[in-house]
Design a protein. Structure first.
Length: 572
C-alpha cells in the first residue's frame, strides 16, 4: 500500500505540472494493476510523458538533483578508482554510474531512486554511503560506455589472457598440435575465451571496423581491425589461446572444428544495442595455424540513398538518366571494397516500384531489400550467375542485377538481356570507366553487341573523410596550387582527437568517374579502339576523372590532399 501511495503522489504531481490528465493517469494505474511494474515506466511506455520529464519530476518529488549528459555533469572523476568500486557489468545491468568519492561517501547517478534494494546493494558493494543524483537511463548508458570504455575492457582481457595456463607446454611455445575435439570444445567454452572473443567483436563494431584479422605466427598472434579502409594493429591475446579462440569462432559460425586443413566459410548473427549485425567468417590454413577474417556488415551504419553516397550533382543526373532507361547495360567498376555493392543497392532502392519486377543474383547477398527478389549463387550445386540469369529470363523481369561479370557466358547473357528490353546492372573489375568496354571485348564479347547495349559505366573508390571535430585548415604552397589547379586558398588536413580515436579521419565517401556512352564512344567501341581513345572521348564530353573527383572533395573540405593523392595515385 505505501508503494501505491508514492505512485499516486507522482501522478498528482504530473497532473499539477500539466504533463498529465486524470484519464491518462487512471489508464496507467489500470495497466499497472494488470501487468505490474512502476507507474512512471508505464506512463513513458504509453507515450503520455517523456523520460526526461519523468526523471525531472521524480527528482523534484524526492529532492534529488537531476543531472544530464548534455550539461557535462555525468562525468565521473578519473583518478578515484571508481571503475573498481562499481564494475562495468554491474553499472550497465543496473543503470548506475559512480561520479565522485569523498572519504566513505560515494555520489552515484541512478535512474530509479525508488529501488531501495539496488541502493542497499550499492552500499554493500562499495562499503560507502550513497549520495544519489537522478538521470535519464539513456544518458547513464552513454556515460557508462564513455567512462569504462570497451577499449579498456579489451586491453584488460588481453592482459589477463597471458595468465591463463596453456593446455600443453608445446602449445604455449606456439607449436601446432592436434588436440582432441572434446578438449578443444571445452577450452573454447571457457569463460575467459568466451569473454575475449565477445570483446574483440564488440570493440570492432564500436570502432566501425569492417573486418577483423586474426593471424597466427610462430610465437605470437596478430590482431588487426580494418577501419575506413586501413588496417590497425590491436594488442593481441596470448599465443596459446589461438586454438581456443579459433574454435570459439567456429562454434559460433557453425563450422567444422575438427577441420583445420581446408578453408571454411560461415556466418554469425549478433545483436548489439537492438540492431542486427551480420558477421561473415572465413578461415584459411597457414603454416602456423588457421588465419581467421571476420567481415562485419552493420547495415544500420549504411545509408542506401544515392544522394548520401558522395556523387556530385552532375554525376547523379547522368546515373539517374541511365537507371531509369527501359533497357540497356549499366556497369560499376572498381577494386574489391570500393563500395560497388552499396551503390548498386542504393540504385535498386531508388528504382524499385510495384510496377517493376526486379531480380538479383549475388555472391553473397549483402543487403536484403524489401520488394526485390534476391538470389544467392551456390556453385557447389550448379547455381552460378549464368544458370540463374537463364532462369531469370523466364520470370518476366524488368530489371536484373548480376553481382559480377566473371566469365564470357555471364557477359553474353547480360548483353543479350540488355538488347532485348531489360535493364541490366552489374559490376566489373577494372581500374577506370574507360577500360570497361575493352575488358568485355577481351572476355569475348563482340563489339557490335556491346556498342548498342552499354549505357553507362561508373568507376568508383572510397576516400576517407576528415574528422569534422578536429580537421585543421592550412594554406597549400604556391607550387601545390599551381600543379594541382586547386580553386580554393584554404584546404584541410588530419589532426586527431578523442572522437576519431586520434586517427584524424572518420567515415568514408565516394569519389567517381561517370562515363555516359554517347555516339562517339559507341563508334570507338565498334572499332575496338584502345581505352585511351575512349577515355579522351569521355573527357571531351565532360567526364570528371577519379583524380579530379578526389580533388573536389579536398576543395570542399571533406578529405585531405594526402588521402586524395594516395587513393588515386596522383594521376590526373
Amino acid at each position: 500500500m505505501p508503494k501505491e501511495k508514492k505512485y499516486l503522489r507522482l501522478g498528482e504531481l504530473l497532473i499539477k505540472e500539466g504533463l498529465l490528465n486524470e484519464a491518462q493517469l487512471q489508464k496507467a494505474i489500470s495497466l499497472q494493476q494488470q501487468e505490474g511494474g512502476r507507474l512512471g515506466e508505464i506512463l513513458v511506455k504509453l507515450g503520455f510523458i517523456r523520460e526526461d520529464q519523468l526523471v525531472t519530476l521524480l527528482g523534484k518529488q524526492l529532492n534529488i538533483p537531476y543531472f544530464s549528459l548534455g550539461t557535462g555533469m555525468l562525468k565521473p572523476a578519473t583518478d578515484q578508482g571508481l571503475e573498481e568500486l562499481i564494475p562495468y557489468e554491474f553499472a550497465l545491468k543496473n543503470s548506475v554510474l559512480p561520479l565522485s568519492r569523498t572519504l566513505r561517501s560515494l555520489t552515484v547517478a541512478i535512474n530509479d531512486p525508488l529501488d531501495l534494494i539496488l541502493i542497499d546493494n550499492l552500499k554493500k558493494l562499495t562499503n560507502c554511503e550513497i549520495n544519489l543524483v537522478i538521470a535519464n537511463k539513456s544518458d547513464i548508458s552513454k556515460a557508462i560506455e564513455q567512462f569504462y570504455g570497451k577499449t579498456k575492457m579489451l586491453e584488460e582481457a588481453v592482459e589477463a589472457s597471458y595468465d591463463i595456463t596453456p593446455i600443453t607446454t608445446e602449445e604455449a611455445e606456439g607449436v601446432s598440435e592436434e588436440l582432441s575435439l572434446d578438449k578443444l570444445i571445452a577450452r573454447a567454452e571457457e569463460a575467459p575465451v568466451v569473454k575475449l572473443v565477445d570483446l574483440i567483436i564488440r570493440q570492432a563494431i564500436e570502432e566501425r571496423a569492417s573486418d577483423i584479422h586474426l593471424e597466427p605466427f610462430k610465437d605470437r598472434i596478430c590482431l588487426r581491425y580494418r577501419i575506413d579502409g586501413k588496417l590497425y594493429e590491436i594488442p593481441p591475446p596470448a599465443r596459446h589461446l589461438h586454438l581456443p579462440i579459433v574454435s570459439r569462432l567456429k562454434i559460433l559460425a557453425k563450422l567444422d572444428i575438427a577441420e583445420k586443413r581446408l578453408p571454411q566459410d560461415g556466418a554469425i548473427m549478433v545483436t548489439m544495442e537492438g540492431r542486427p549485425i551480420d558477421i561473415r567468417v572465413s578461415t584459411i590454413p597457414t603454416i602456423y595455424g588457421e588465419k581467421v577474417v571476420l567481415r562485419i556488415l552493420d547495415r544500420s551504419q549504411v545509408v542506401l540513398d544515392l544522394n548520401q553516397l558522395g556523387f556530385e550533382p552532375e554525376q547523379l543526373k547522368e546515373i539517374r538518366k541511365a537507371i531509369n532507361a527501359p533497357y540497356g547495360l549499366v556497369l560499376l567498376t572498381g577494386p574489391t571494397g570500393s563500395g560497388k555493392t552499396t551503390t548498386l543497392s542504393a540504385i535498386l532502392t531508388e528504382i524499385k516500384s510495384p510496377t517493376k519486377n526486379i531480380m538479383t543474383v549475388e555472391d553473397p547477398v549483402e543487403y536484403k531489400i524489401d520488394g526485390i527478389n534476391q538470389l544467392q549463387v551456390k556453385p557447389e550445386i550448379g547455381l552460378t550467375f549464368a544458370t540463374a540469369l537463364r532462369s531469370f529470363l523466364r520470370q518476366d523481369p524488368d530489371v536484373m542485377l548480376v553481382g559480377e561479370i566473371r566469365d564470357l557466358e555471364t557477359a553474353q547473357i547480360c548483353i543479350r538481356s540488355a538488347l532485348t528490353g531489360h535493364l541490366v546492372l552489374s559490376t566489373l573489375h577494372t581500374n577506370d570507366a574507360s577500360s570497361a568496354p575493352t575488358r568485355l571485348i577481351d572476355i569475348g564479347i563482340e563489339p557490335y553487341l556491346l556498342s548498342p547495349s552499354l549505357l553507362l559505366v561508373v568507376a568508383q573508390r572510397l576516400i576517407r573523410k576528415l574528422c569534422p571535430e578536429c580537421k585543421e585548415a592550412y594554406e597549400p604552397s604556391p607550387e601545390q596550387l599551381k600543379s594541382l589547379k586547386l580553386k580554393v586558398e584554404l584546404i584541410y588536413r588530419a589532426k586527431g582527437c578523442v572522437k576519431c580515436n586520434h586517427i584524424g579521419y572518420k567515415g568514408r565517401t565516394c569519389i567517381a568517374e561517370v562515363m555516359t556512352v554517347n555516339e562517339e564512344i559507341r563508334n570507338l567501341i565498334s572499332q575496338r579502339a584502345l581505352f585511351q581513345k575512349i577515355r579522351d572521348a569521355a573527357r571531351s564530353a565532360g567526364m570528371q576523372t577519379l583524380y579530379e573527383s578526389a580533388l573536389r572533395k579536398v576543395e570542399q573540405g571533406i578529405s585531405s590532399l594526402e588521402e586524395a593523392l594516395s587513393v588515386t595515385l596522383g594521376e590526373g
